[in-house]
Design a protein around this ligand. Structure first.
Ligand code: NAD
Length: 249
């Protein structure tokens, strides 16, 4: 069977990187994207050592010219775009609403909301032309519940959930599935930025998770691979919480 071509945004660290490695191990054609040329080229080289065809394309998802060129490049490299993982995201400036600024709202929404929208715009154009495709957006438990001290991030991830549902309804007409994966706390730098690096503070935070720990990046990557894959052909418009039970409480 022909290997799928997969695009991952914000792929140079954390969940994106783990997802790129997991797809590469399956032998997919992998296009990794991010804002840093040297780290990106080095990740693409690492993925090739795993047996995948892999290329890096530099792109800031908040910049439409970058996003448009990224999707064009992915299609021209491998002939089509089967799977897109819109992973690039930022927590922005955390803190109470009383300290929020318009600049933080613009910056956080530029990546998380505009970036997801622009990515889907150009991915869905390519996928509509070929008549199939699967998109996975990275939401969060912050897309499902409120979090004190993270209102702007929470609002941006609620927007990602809404974009996912609307895109799924549009994509259903031309063979494109659109879903989200909504992680709880994951062992990444982003988690340290949320709860601090202090281990006892982190343990206190994680004690509120029924499974009493953060997810590994690989656990999130495995869910992304499943949702994107041909094992999930009747799944669209959903947001799968991978959160150790946090949102069922
Ligand atoms: N770590 C967690 O606990 C957690 C929980 C829920 C959801 N998420 C979501 O998962 C996704 C991945 O996060 P992560 O945990 O791997 O953190 P991370 O900070 O390691 O990864 C985010 C990546 O996106 C990139 N990025 C940010 N803005 C960008 C832009 N404008 N253009 C291109 N790339 C950009 C960053 O450089 C980084 O490589 C994010 O969307 C995040 O909101 C993370």
């Amino acid at each position: 069977m022909k290997q799928p071509t997969v695009l991952i945004t914000g792929a140079l660290t954390g969940i994106g990187r783990a997802t790129a490695i997991a797809f590469a191990k399956q032998g997919a054609n992998v296009v990794v994207s991010g804002r840093h040329e040297v780290a990106g080229q080095s990740l693409a080289a690492e993925l090739r050592t795993l047996g995948a065809n892999a290329e890096f394309v530099k792109a800031d998802v908040a910049n439409e010219a970058d996003v448009s060129k990224l999707i064009e490049k992915a299609v021209s490299l491998f002939g089509q775009l089967d799977i897109a993982v819109n992973n690039a995201g930022t927590e922005g400036e955390l803190g109470p609403i009383t300290g929020q600024t318009a600049e933080n709202v613009h910056a956080t929404f530029s990546t998380n909301v505009l970036g997801t929208l622009l990515s889907m715009k150009h991915e869905m154009r390519a996928m509509q032309a070929q008549g199939h495709g699967s998109i996975v957006n990275l939401s969060s438990i912050a897309g499902k519940v409120g979090v004190a001290g993270a209102s702007v991030y929470v609002a941006s991830k609620h927007a990602v959930e809404g974009l996912t549902k609307s895109a799924a309804l549009e994509g259903a007409a031309f063979g494109v599935r659109v879903n989200a994966v909504a992680p709880g706390p994951v062992q990444t730098d982003m988690l340290d930025r949320f709860v601090g690096r202090d281990e006892s503070q982190k343990a206190g935070f994680l004690s509120g998770i029924p499974l009493k720990r953060a997810a590994t990046v690989d656990e999130i990557a495995e869910t992304i691979l499943f949702v994107a894959s041909s094992k999930a052909t009747y799944l669209t418009g959903q947001s799968i919480a991978v959160d150790g039970g946090f949102t069922i409480q």
